[in-house]
Design a protein around this ligand. Structure first.
Ligand code: SUG
Length: 445
């Protein structure tokens, strides 16, 4: 049976803001407390989705989370009416309040790790929501993520949902941002590639010094067991600690893979050459294309600034792929040159499209951060909640919905307003109806 990749892009939420919450993510810290533009952010995301849909790709949407997250603030002891909770949290615990306002659910690459049915012993598609334990503002995402995934992938005959891993620094899990899969065709058994930043349990191992390594080996290993993957089809690699200290907080900031291609920086991993050799060895298709980016061509600094590796690599036909890159890659001379050379060289990458995603980029989220890849066969695709699949009609409905509900500009002070909370809840109530999701938010229960 034919299988394909479906990209589930996160819709940017109505309270999109810059909270400077992610130590180790250079863009997030640099954008701290600036004015955000929620309407523009949501429309930029929708335009990318529509462009991929128009190119013939299977595209779907994933709902944003409700922020400020009143349920978490109440768990932390703030009480009274919602307006009172907002006011006292902002006054007495401004950092906690900021974390409970984060827009970060938009980056669905961190929502979960997904394994296609071809790779799993029980023949089902497996989902593990990421616990995102390294950052408090992200650690509160997994329960809504789990409800949302279950509302989309409803049919238990095809879909196997796991709980997020225990919320602990030992088991830090950042989802698909540190996971890729290689195969000749999507319906083949693939090689799953798990990249971790450090060991959670073993002491005195190689580790970053300046910025935290978020994903642990033990978390990745647990997911391979939960998803019933065969060890011979799995490759683990440690991200180079120096890369993490240079601002590479997820693997998808320094390498990206699709089918038989991996685009990677030569310093991406501990012992990069050995990692690539193991992938090549385990790859069961015909030709594997490791596209190495040398430091002399693109420095790590340029890679982080332009987000070259946070491009999407998508298959436009059986043997051709295109790069979906952020506009910043067009503006950076060295990066642009590397892309153009790669397109001309002998490999499946044949074209590039650049997208303006500045509202997301300012928080450290490029095209690939905004999407969760789910490989499905025809039967599985037919079994998902079809209301989330992007069509021209859904696109127009969502654009109108954004234009009706979203503000043009938002400052940190606006987040304290009960009015913004009411506006957001009204928007999300309507969205859950448009997408036929039932009740997924705590304020709906
Ligand atoms: O986890 N930024 C996110 C960006 C996630 C990017 N995703 C991938 N690379 N796949 C993070 O650091 C910043 C939020 C703020 O500062 O308001 C933030 O959470």
């Amino acid at each position: 049976m034919q299988a394909f990749e479906v990209n589930f892009d996160g819709i940017v939420g109505p309270s999109h803001n810059y909270g400077a919450l992610s130590f180790g993510n250079v863009a997030s810290i640099a954008s701290g407390s600036g004015v955000s533009r929620p309407k523009q952010a949501a429309l930029q995301g929708l335009q990318k989705m529509k462009a991929l849909h128009d190119l013939g790709f299977k595209q779907a949407v994933s709902p944003p989370h409700d922020r400020p997250h009143i349920a978490t603030l109440r768990r932390l002891g703030f009480s009274g009416a919602d307006a009172e909770v907002l006011k006292s949290a902002a006054k007495f615990a401004p950092e906690v309040f900021a974390a409970c306002c984060s827009a970060s659910s938009m980056w669905t690459a961190n929502a979960a790790t997904v394994s296609p049915s071809a790779d799993s012993l029980d023949g089902k598609v497996h989902f593990t929501p990421a616990n995102l334990s390294n950052k408090f503002h992200r650690s509160i995402e997994h329960s809504t993520t789990a409800r949302s995934l279950k509302a989309i992938f409803t049919d238990e005959r095809y879909f196997n949902h796991h709980d997020a891993l225990p919320l602990s620094e030992y088991l830090g899990d950042e989802g698909a941002a540190n996971h890729s899969r290689f195969c000749q065709n999507y319906n083949d058994v693939g090689v799953q590639f798990f990249v971790f930043g450090r060991y959670g349990f073993k002491q005195n191992q190689l580790a970053s010094e300046k910025f935290p390594a978020r994903q642990t080996y033990e978390a990745s290993a647990a997911i391979t067991r939960l998803h019933q993957l065969k060890p011979e089809n799995v490759v683990f690699a440690q991200q180079h600690p120096e890369m993490i200290d240079a601002g590479v907080f997820h693997n998808d900031v320094i390498s990206v893979g699709n089918k038989n291609v991996i685009m990677y920086h030569e310093n991406a991993f501990v012992n990069t050459a050995q990692v690539i050799a193991e992938l090549e060895d385990k790859f069961s298709g015909q030709n594997f294309y490791p596209l190495k980016v040398k430091n002399s061509e693109v420095t790590v600094n340029d890679a982080v600034k332009s987000y070259l590796f946070n491009s999407q690599l998508v298959s436009i036909s059986d043997d051709e792929m295109i790069i979906i890159a952020p506009q910043e890659c067009h503006e950076n001379k060295a990066v642009h040159q590397w892309i153009m050379n790669t397109i001309e060289a002998d490999n499946p990458v044949s074209d590039v499209r650049f997208f303006d995603l500045k509202q997301s980029m300012k928080n450290g989220g490029g095209p690939a951060c905004l999407r969760l890849r789910v490989v499905l066969n025809e039967q599985e695709f037919a079994a998902i909640n079809s209301s989330v699949i992007l069509t021209d009609e859904l696109y127009n409905t969502l654009v109108r919905w954004v234009e009706r509900h979203y503000r043009d500009e938002l400052t940190f002070d606006d987040l304290k307003e009960a009015k913004l909370l009411e506006e957001s809840h009204a928007a999300l109530n309507e969205l859950t109806e448009i997408l036929n999701l039932g009740k997924i938010y705590s304020f709906q229960m």
